[in-house]
Design a protein around this ligand. Structure first.
Ligand SMILES: [Zn+2]
Length: 454
């Protein structure tokens, strides 16, 4: 009997990762992510999966980012009652991210109803905070490098992917086939995360392609960030920095800490981390010392170089403070969360600055700001943008095209087949053609919903 994969998400787009592995009468889902970005993508979250959740026997997660885990509460709500296998770091982050995701969806629905700009009334949340809390007990933690059986007779092993805390690649062994899921791969030269481990031998590989068409600049986040912060400090402005609460927020805090130490940014420049999620995640770095490059002192310094803003009252109070100051706040692509209030408040003034810190999916406010748009729609109204826009090119938590190819090349033996996933159409196709030409491997970009052999 063959082993097939159906690409339920993460094909032709970076979001919605869901890879359904099918053999005999068993189904296993690798990743269970939300679609994010363009409205027509987000609407896909409302379309039922092609397989009933109760027919899925287990889920294995590569990491906790919502485009890999954020559909879990809905899967459970719709009848999935199997186990979800994940590393300890991923479980710890899911405890922070999933309830928050439910909360944001409830808030968005409520806000839309209150301001009556929802096209469909009443607007409903995809799932609630309570749905997310109900999902957490399904998660069972597994160790890196230790083989486990998510389904009797199926084996799986996690290896470190270096992307965020807990991030893994997954080797699945089913009926003699070895299938490797890269997950999101970090950079070998990341400021805070340890490099990805070399991949094991596999017959079939699914590789991410977020930056499949790009080479990261050789400059690092310190050399990019220093002049921007100097400029905004000098003119007494406010830098609003949309950050991914998990990963980028910590990298930036560490970078700011180093710049202050070196005297390249005034030590007196006030820094605020306005995201309870990012605050919790920052604290987790001290609990997971094996997975990142930071020493105990570095982890400690990182958690103390900013004022941690927890309550909404403290967050609101930031609007009446004067610059210069730096506000790091989620979400990283300005799709929701507290950063929207800061953007609405500060984007209009040319003394201020908006610093975009990583990949901005097409259709998100972050991408709109990055394109130089003079206004952006927030909470149903148009906000003028006069602030300086700075895009950090070096702050990505993803490997670039050469690093992705090097990772594939470091496999002990060439795989039979590579599926290029987790990328927009252009980057995915560019990586596919390089894999074919430079490595001589069979590579395809599977279409959304299509099924392929392993
Ligand atoms: Zn990720």
């Amino acid at each position: 009997m063959s082993v097939n994969i159906t690409f339920l998400g993460g094909s032709g787009t970076v979001t919605g990762s869901k890879y359904l592995v099918h053999h005999e009468d068993k189904n296993l889902l690798v990743d269970c992510g939300l679609f994010q970005g363009y409205k027509q993508l987000r609407l896909r979250n409302w379309t039922p999966l092609s397989v009933a959740p109760k027919l899925i026997h287990a889920v294995v997660l590569t990491h906790a980012h919502l485009d890999h885990s954020g559909y879990l509460p809905l899967l459970a709500k719709e009848g999935f009652d199997g186990r979800v296998y994940a590393s300890r770091g991923t479980r710890d982050l899911c405890r922070i991210l999933l309830p928050d995701s439910g909360h944001i969806q409830e808030e968005d629905a409520e806000f839309a109803n209150r301001h009556a700009f929802a096209k469909h009334t009443p607007a409903l949340p995809l799932y609630t905070r309570q749905n997310a809390l109900d999902t957490l007990p399904l998660i069972k933690t597994v160790e890196f490098g230790k083989t486990f059986s998510p389904i009797p007779g199926w084996n799986a092993t996690l290896s470190r992917a270096g992307h965020i805390l807990g991030a893994s690649s997954i080797l699945l062994e089913v009926s003699g086939r070895r299938i490797l899921f890269s997950g999101d791969l970090g950079r070998p030269d990341d400021l805070i995360m340890s490099p990805p481990e070399d991949p094991p031998q596999a017959d079939t590989v699914l590789i991410e392609s977020t930056y499949g068409d790009r080479t990261h600049p050789t400059e690092n986040v310190l050399t990019e960030l220093a002049p921007a912060l100097q400029r905004v400090a000098k003119r007494g402005g406010v830098a609003v920095v949309p950050v991914f609460a998990v990963g980028r927020a910590q990298a930036l805090l560490h970078a700011i800490h180093l710049l202050k130490l070196k005297g390249e940014v005034p030590a007196s420049l006030p820094i605020f981390l306005d995201s309870p999620m990012a605050v919790h995640t920052t604290q987790l770095f001290e609990d997971h010392p094996g997975e990142h490059r930071l020493s105990r002192q570095d982890s400690h310094a990182m958690t103390h170089c900013a004022t941690m803003v927890n309550s909404t009252d403290e967050s609101r109070a930031l609007a009446s403070r004067h610059g210069p100051m730096v506000i790091l706040s989620a979400s990283g692509m300005a799709t929701g969360g507290r950063v929207l209030h800061h953007l609405a408040h500060y984007a209009g003034n040319h003394r201020n600055m908006i610093i975009l810190t990583g990949y901005q999916a097409p259709g998100t406010r972050g991408a709109t700001l990055g394109s130089g748009a003079k206004s952006v729609r927030i909470h149903g109204r148009d906000v003028e943008v006069n602030a300086e826009i700075v895009q950090l090119q070096s702050a990505s938590a993803h490997a670039d095209a050469n690093q992705l190819l090097a990772w594939l090349r470091s496999m002990p033996q060439a795989p039979d087949q590579v599926y290029v996933v987790h990328g927009e159409a252009g980057p995915a196709d560019m990586l596919r053609s390089r894999i074919k030409q430079e490595l001589g491997l069979r590579a395809v970009v599977p279409e959304q919903g299509s099924t392929w052999p392993t």
